[in-house]
Design a binder for this molecule. Structure first.
Ligand SMILES: Cc1cc2nc3c(=O)[nH]c(=O)nc-3n(C[C@H](O)[C@H](O)[C@H](O)COP(=O)(O)OP(=O)(O)OC[C@H]3O[C@@H](n4cnc5c(N)ncnc54)[C@H](O)[C@@H]3O)c2cc1C
Length: 475
């Protein structure tokens, strides 16, 4: 096998590596993390990725002079595993966090005209850090703001370890806690749709409570937002690849694993076109559907449950204007189909004009709409939101569609998500969809990779590398 990217085959001669081999299948964030963690512990690792690049669901591609992300990705300060990952690949400076949470929220459906509000935090301790921002949030009435405060405190009191939370839906819980449809739209869904990829009524209370408790009600800085100021591929492909190479991982892209099977000697055979790899440890870091197809008999008690984990789409709408129409790095919108808008001009390499990316989560109704229909809908909406867009010329308009962007965070999904360990020795699962307690995020992917590597290392009797992110192992 050759990967065409400069890293060469056999690792048999690498000094300091004693005879343990692992194959990690899937070069998304989960697989990259597992590969790095195993290699850092002295295991010989081969990472196999079917596509021509690493990064899985968070990648970039070229469109003329633009480097485009398949979808805008953000993370929060509380995403400690993803931040560890950024450090590990030496990418932290390229995806900085805001000094302090500050989200401009523009509502264009008010009778009195356009209105800008802000979700910001103070230096005060939790939950007072959001108190002033909530008290002055113009998109809710005074009574709604008071009720939001009470619901937030009730949410803070929920026990995330209580499995019954996963069976309930967040929308019903919000309604039962006095939240109006407006409060759901202008606050809870504004944050929840972007982080869970579902509206409150379609989301597990357990996952929603996890997001809001961890992000808004744990540490004052927990929800400060970070995002890549470079193309995602710079982080998740180029820098990840560099880190893997220096850790001694053999990386093969454009290589699909077709089957994995246990051998009589307790090792594993991993089949790729033209080659059979042997390994003591296999980490299957692919999406749930592919994991189901590759899992050998007996690996899980109820493998068909993996097929019950649904998926949810995210649509990104990309618009290049001939001039600057937005003077902020990003904002969220209300009273329009537009959800979140990011300025990607600098990151994309565009030299003239401005490039905006609209991130549209829970996009079930739009994901298959023709580009022309989306153009007809979104360009006028952008003109309503950004008056300067009215005089600007649209130089390019295109969309990226990720139909299976995340697992669907529906009530009951928690009992379907398996942990890192399977029932067969030497085989582990990773992926944002596994039982990390997090919704389908980069954070969940990295945590799952750490858990899988941690479980594998303990079975191999090897110490975890000292610098490895510490995650409580999922069951
Ligand atoms: C448009 C969009 C926006 C998003 N926004 C955010 C966000 O703002 N913040 C956030 O935290 N998360 C966001 N996410 C979610 C985040 O990208 C994912 O949760 C995360 O990247 C999943 O990583 P993973 O490693 O678990 O899986 P994947 O990225 O799916 O990686 C699995 C890899 O396995 C490979 N593979 C599959 N089968 C085989 C095989 N047989 N052989 C070899 N390789 C195989 C695939 O090609 C893939 O590269 C977004 C996702 C999308 C699509």
């Amino acid at each position: 096998m050759t990967d065409g990217m400069g890293s060469e085959g056999s690792l048999a001669d690498i000094p300091g590596r004693s005879g343990r081999d692992a194959v990690v299948i899937g070069g998304g964030l989960a697989g990259i993390t597992a590969a790095l963690a195993l290699a850092d512990a002295g295991v010989r690792v081969t990472l196999i990725e079917g596509r021509p690049r690493l990064g899985g669901l968070a990648f970039s591609f070229q469109r003329g002079e633009l480097t485009v992300d398949n979808g805008q990705h953000v993370y929060l300060r509380c995403c400690t595993a993803y931040r560890w990952f950024l450090d590990r690949i030496e990418g932290t400076a390229l995806a900085p966090l805001q000094d302090r949470l500050d989200v401009p929220v523009l509502d264009i459906a008010r009778p009195e005209g356009r209105r800008l509000g802000r979700l910001r935090r103070d230096e005060l301790p939790v939950p007072l850090h959001l108190g002033r921002s909530l008290a002055t949030y113009p998109h809710l009435s005074l009574a709604e703001r008071a009720k939001v405060g009470r619901a937030a405190l009730a949410l803070k009191g929920l026990d995330l370890a209580d499995p019954s939370l996963d069976a309930q839906d967040f929308g019903s819980w919000l309604a039962a806690h006095g939240q109006s449809a407006r409060a759901v739209e202008a606050l809870w869904d504004l944050v929840g749709v972007a982080t869970l990829n579902a509206v409150a009524g379609d989301a597990s209370l357990g996952l929603a409570a996890m997001v809001f408790k961890t992000g808004l009600l744990s540490d004052p800085g927990a929800a400060d937002i970070g995002w890549a100021h470079v193309p995602l591929g710079e982080l998740h492909d180029r820098l990840a690849r560099k880190a893997l190479d220096s850790a001694g991982v053999r990386t093969e892209v454009r290589t699909r694993v077709t089957s994995i099977s246990p051998e009589e000697n307790g090792r594993w055979s991993v089949q790729v076109p033209g080659e059979t790899l042997q390994a003591d440890t296999v980490v299957l870091a692919v999406a749930q559907r592919e994991a189901y197809d590759l899992l050998p008999d007996g690996a899980l008690d109820a493998p068909e449950q993996l097929l019950e984990i649904g998926t949810a789409p995210i649509l990104n709408v990309h618009v290049v204007y001939d001039r600057k129409v937005l003077s902020r790095p990003f904002f969220a919108a209300l009273g329009t189909p537009v959800q979140w808008v990011f300025d990607r001009t600098d990151a994309s390499g565009l030299r003239d004009g401005q490039y905006l990316a609209l991130s549209q989560s829970a996009a079930q109704d739009e994901i298959d709409e023709p580009v022309a229909a989306l153009r007809e809908r979104y360009l006028p909406e952008l003109e309503r939101l950004l008056p300067r867009a009215r005089d600007a010329q649209v130089k390019d308009f295109f969309v990226t569609r990720e139909r299976t962007a995340t697992f669907a965070p529906t009530p009951g999904v928690g009992r379907l998500r398996p942990g890192a360990r399977t029932k067969v020795p030497g085989l582990y699962l990773a992926g944002a969809w596994t039982a990390t307690g997090w919704p389908a995020t980069m954070e969940s992917a990295v945590r799952s990779g750490v858990s899988a590597a941690g479980a594998a290392l303990s079975a191999l009797g090897r110490p975890r590398p000292g610098h490895l992110f510490d995650v409580e192992e999922a069951a």
